[in-house]
Ligand binder design. Structure first.
Ligand code: ZN
Length: 80
């Protein structure tokens, strides 16, 4: 049975609960008896979410190549 991590805002602390997948989103009672808790993001989910803000700006580097030449074939004043 998987272990899920939950956060208790009252205790300001995280705790782990071993439960079935079908119960993973149910509130868990912390060691202090508080039921007003929620499940924290797993490490896997955090990694996936980070991908949405990928470090690749994409395309910007390729864009610079467009100005690298002229397709005029030498008939214009581009010098190329
Ligand atoms: Zn608590």
């Amino acid at each position: 049975m998987p272990v899920y991590e939950y956060y208790c805002p009252t205790c300001k602390d995280k705790f782990e609960v071993r439960r079935s997948i079908s119960e993973m989103d149910d509130p868990a009672v912390c060691a202090g008896g508080h039921a007003d808790t929620w499940r924290t993001l797993s490490m896997f989910t955090a990694l996936v979410s980070r991908g949405e803000f990928g470090e690749y700006e994409g395309g910007s580097d390729f864009g610079s190549f467009e100005g690298g030449g002229c397709a005029c074939g030498g008939s214009c004043s581009c010098g190329g």
